[in-house]
Ligand binder design. Structure first.
Ligand SMILES: [Zn+2]
Length: 416
């Protein structure tokens, strides 16, 4: 990160209201806290083989093809840039081999907190049911970095766990599922997350109960026959999503629901992961106050920005897209800023597996946002450094802090 003066570090003074010196903006943006409102705890060290080369490479693609992971990733601009930046931080030569050797010289806890501190990470909201067995649990991750980690409940995985523990009909399953949502909130969950895009696609119209019940029966048969089960039938996924929104909407300040949108691994069929398909959820009057956070969004950034412009409860984020779309970040952020209010754009890393991903994503957000806002000042769309810093504060932390403060539904609180 850049060096700043002691006065700036104290955080007391804002840039001159009349300053048009665009060079100042990067210094300010580098100092702002970053609330990573969607990410995943890193791998525990025993899950990383050798010097970590294979893991580091595969973290920087969503592909599950080993050839892509190991042959192609080193040829991406984002990976090459990440290696150079990491070499600067670790004081090593700017080669992958030198960086891998240097990172092993530090204990995992010190290394994780070094990266978090260097990135200016303030808090992580952890979608913890992703690769749960291989990754640090939220509380352990918090200890590792000394920073707050708040869990996010992945609803499809929660439902799969309930299915394998034996279930009755849709009415009783739905009750068990809602009880699990409630338990997660009481133990600190800050949001729900749906991976419907990976499973059924996002055309999540409200299903009728008989279709959900039939899909649940089919799912139960698969589980009983010992098949590797993935919850993917559209009526069942949609039934769970609608049940989640009903639960979320019942709170005095509704819980946000995050959706994977757009790019991901080959499980995602891009045409059915366009967020515009979620229109029935956006138009449902009962869900009017439930924040819907569209994650990633590549290549549907403009679609997501349009939805954030039209619906008062829709927010968008470019996590994962940044850093993976690396050099394309500036136009993508500009697309978001075209239609979406600045108060509805959030930043996350979607950090996962190796901690370098979260670290690099946060730096990349700061750099790309600085470039976009500098351009906007020059073009007369943002009125100087003060307004740019105010926008950046919201995107990097404040917008998330405003919406992720939900309390459990009043009805779910213990009586008396
Ligand atoms: Zn994620």
């Amino acid at each position: 990160m850049r060096e700043v003066t002691t006065t700036e570090k104290a955080g007391g003074s804002m840039p001159d209201a009349f300053s048009r010196e665009v060079g100042d903006l990067g210094t300010w943006i580098d100092q702002l806290p970053f609330v990573d409102h969607h990410c995943h705890a890193p791998l525990r060290p025993e899950r990383i083989e050798g010097d970590g080369q294979a893991e580091l490479r595969s973290t920087f693609t969503e592909s599950t093809d080993p050839v892509t992971q190991q042959r192609d990733v080193p040829d991406t601009l984002v990976y090459r840039t990440m290696i150079r930046e990491l070499a600067r931080l670790l004081g090593s030569d700017a080669t992958e081999a030198a960086v891998l050797a240097a990172r092993q010289m530090t204990e995992p806890a010190a290394y994780h907190s070094q990266l978090a501190k260097d990135a200016g990470l303030e808090a992580s909201y952890d979608d913890y049911l992703f690769s749960q067995a291989d990754c640090y649990p939220p509380a352990d991750w918090a200890k590792l970095t000394g920073l707050p980690v708040r869990p996010i409940l992945r609803i499809e995985t929660q439902a799969e766990q309930l299915l394998t523990s034996g279930v009755g009909d849709w009415t009783s399953f739905r009750k068990a599922f809602t009880d699990a949502l409630d338990a997660s909130v009481k133990s600190g969950a800050i949001a729900f997350k749906s991976i419907a895009a990976y499973r059924s696609g996002l055309a999540l119209d409200q299903p009728d109960d008989s279709a959900v019940a039939a899909a649940l029966d089919e799912a139960k048969r698969s589980v009983e026959q010992g098949e590797h089960f993935r919850l993917s039938a559209l009526p069942l996924v949609a039934g769970l999503v609608w049940a989640t929104f009903e639960y979320a909407a019942a709170a005095s300040k509704p819980m946000p629901v995050q959706f994977h949108v757009g790019l991901g691994d080959d499980d995602v069929y891009l045409p059915s992961s366009n967020p515009a398909l979620m229109r029935p959820l956006f138009r449902e009057p009962r869900f009017h106050d439930v924040p819907v956070v569209l994650l990633h969004n590549y290549p549907y950034v403009r679609d997501a920005a349009y939805l954030a412009n039209i619906y008062s409860n829709v927010y968008l984020d470019l996590g994962l897209t940044l850093p993976l779309a690396g050099y394309d970040a500036v136009p993508l952020i500009r697309q978001a800023l075209g239609l979406a209010p600045v108060t509805k754009i959030l930043a996350s890393s979607d950090g996962h597996a190796m901690p370098e991903f979260q670290w690099f994503a946060i730096h990349h957000w700061r750099r790309a946002l600085t470039e976009v806002l500098n351009g906007a000042i020059s073009d007369g769309w943002v009125d100087g450094t003060n307004e740019a810093v105010e926008i950046a504060k919201g995107v990097l932390a404040g917008n998330a802090q405003r919406i992720y403060t939900a309390q459990p539904p009043a009805a779910a609180k213990p009586a008396g």
